[in-house]
Design a protein around this ligand. Sequence first.
Ligand code: GDP
Ligand code: ZN
Length: 298
Amino acid sequence: MIAAFGRSLIVRGSDGVSQRARPPGRTRGRSLDIVCGDSVTCRRDAPTGEVHVTALLPRATVLYRSTGRGGAESVAANLDLLVVVLAPLPQPDFFIADRYLCAAACAGLQAQIVLNKQDLQTDPDIDVELAAYVQLDYPVLRCETRSPNGSAALAASLHGRTATLVGQSGVGKSSLIATLAIDADEIVTAQLARDDEGRHTTTAARLYDCRGGGSLIDSPGVRDYAPAIDHLDPRSLGFLEVEALAPGCKFQDCRHMSEPRCAVRAAVDAGTMHARRYESYRRLRRLYEELGAVRGPR
Ligand code: GDP
Ligand code: ZN
C-alpha cells in the first residue's frame, strides 16, 4: 500500500502499476488497520472494475505511535530504517531523539541521525551529543537542503531501504523529502489530488520512490509522532548501551535506577556511559512505569 487518504488507498501491483483500492470491510467488528508500507492482496470486481483489498500480509516490522491515551496504533509497516532529523534550529531536544532511537531499536529497525541545515552554525554542544551517538555506532550524516548536493549522503544511505524521517517540527523533513523523492507516479499524484467527494486532499500518507533507490514513507502521523512506550523492550527500553551493560547487573530484572550493583550506573559513574543518555533513560523509565501503573498488569 503506497498511499492512504480519507477512506481510500492506493496500491501498487507487482507489475509496478498503481491503482485506487477500497479498504476491506470490517471483520469480526474490527476494521483491518492498513498503513503505508503494508503488503496486501487484492481482488478486482468484474462488473465495476473496482479493486478491493482482501487481506493484509504479515509485516516484517511495524512502527507504533502513542495515541496519547496510553494506547498504540501502527503508523508505518515494513520499514528498514528510521532517520532522526535534527538541526541547529529549532534547538534539538535530545530526549525526543533518544525516544525515536529507542522505538527503532525495539521495532527492529536500523536508525541513523541526520543533522540538517549544515549551512547554519552548529552549537558545539550539539557536536558533543552527536559524537556520543557515533560512539554508539549510530551513523550521523550532515545535510543541507539549500545546496544541490546537500542531501547526497542521505540519498545514498536510503539505497535499497524503506525509511521514514522523524523529528521535531521545523528541522527540514518536508524539504528533505522534496529533494529526495521522485514524484513521478502520475496515477498517485492524480488520485491524491482529489478524494471521493472531489475535494483536494492534504493529509495523505504516502510512500515515495527516491533518487538513488530506496523509498521514503511520509505521513502526517509519522513525522513528529510520539513512540508508543508500551512497545519498548522492558529491560533496556531500547537504549543500546543499557542493553549491552545489563547482563552485568546483580539483578536480572534491574531497572538501572537505584538497585545495588547496577552495571549501568557503574558505567555512568566511571564515565563510560554518557551521563545525558542515562538521564534520558531515567526519564523514559519513569514514563514507562507511570504508564504501566495506569494500565495495571498486562
Ligand atoms: P519540517 O517541519 O521538519 O517538515 O521542516 P520544513 O521542511 O518545513 O522546514 C522548516 C524550515 O527550515 C523551512 O523554512 C525551510 O526552508 C528551512 N530549511 C529546510 N532545510 C534547510 C537547510 O538545509 N538550511 C536552512 N538554513 N534552512 C532549511
Ligand atoms: Zn542495572
